[in-house]
Design a protein around this ligand. Structure first.
Ligand SMILES: Nc1ncnc2c1ncn2[C@@H]1O[C@H](COP(=O)(O)OP(=O)(O)OP(=O)(O)O)[C@@H](O)[C@H]1O
Length: 210
């Protein structure tokens, strides 16, 4: 169980806090969807949860034990918005090996299997994959870290409807293995996936009735 208590976060370059009094409760295997308009603080919240940013106030717990920033970095995998824009590998295999130099070909295949990409040619450039396949590859890269919590920022942004369905189906499957937290400005797409829904308004998080 992940618990956020009274989180306040103000980036050093901001005069105002971008998250205020944020409380959140998320149970493993019960995906959470955080809805919010552009600028409401969704990305900032994912950064704080994953330890990429440090809150000035409040505490974060896993199974009732407080987590520091370093522990959160280890526990979390994050797929940011438009992850395909940040692929560095020249091939799919290279992309998978970027942070995992000793990755065996069996492990590579297993990672791709988890996201339904077992059939693709690992020697091809990531940019040559379809939009849905690129999102799957970005997920595979994070899954290699075996995250306890997988955070996704706008996972369906910029995808057409058929590819969205493909990604949503994959997320439902992944939600069985780790806690999934999705930030989105189109929450209606995730109604079938979410067990708990929140809305962020100007840095304040509200739990929505399910
Ligand atoms: N490092 C920073 N310095 C100053 N202001 C920031 C910083 N990071 C975020 N903000 C501000 O905090 C607010 C929330 O930003 P954030 O990116 O978290 O929102 P968001 O809901 O993810 O928006 P979007 O969907 O457009 O990405 C915005 O007003 C943004 O300008």
């Amino acid at each position: 169980m992940l618990e956020l208590k009274d989180i306040q976060y103000r980036p050093s370059t901001s005069e105002e806090p971008v998250l205020q009094g944020v409380d959140l409760l998320a149970h493993a295997s019960q995906p959470v969807v955080i809805a919010g308009a552009s600028g409401s603080g969704k990305t900032s919240l994912l950064e704080v949860i994953s330890g990429l940013a440090s809150a000035q106030q409040g505490a974060i717990y896993w199974e009732h034990k407080p987590l520091n920033q370093r522990q959160r970095r280890w526990m979390c995998g994050v797929v940011f918005q438009f992850p395909e824009r940040h692929f560095l590998g020249l091939t799919v295999a290279q992309e998978l090996r970027l942070g995992h130099r000793r990755l065996t070909s069996v492990e590579q295949t297993q990672a791709l299997q988890k996201v339904g990409l077992a059939q693709i040619d690992m020697k091809q450039a990531p940019e040559r994959l379809s939009g849905g396949q690129q999102r799957r590859l970005a997920l595979a890269v994070q899954l290699l870290r075996k995250p306890t919590i997988l955070l996704l920022d706008e996972p369906t942004a910029g995808l057409d409807w058929s590819v969205r369905d493909e990604v949503l189906e994959l997320l439902s499957k992944l939600a069985r293995e780790q806690l999934l937290i999705v930030a989105t400005h189109e929450p209606e797409l995730f109604v079938g996936l979410s067990s708990a829904a929140y809305r962020l308004d100007s840095g304040r998080l509200h739990k929505l009735p399910q």
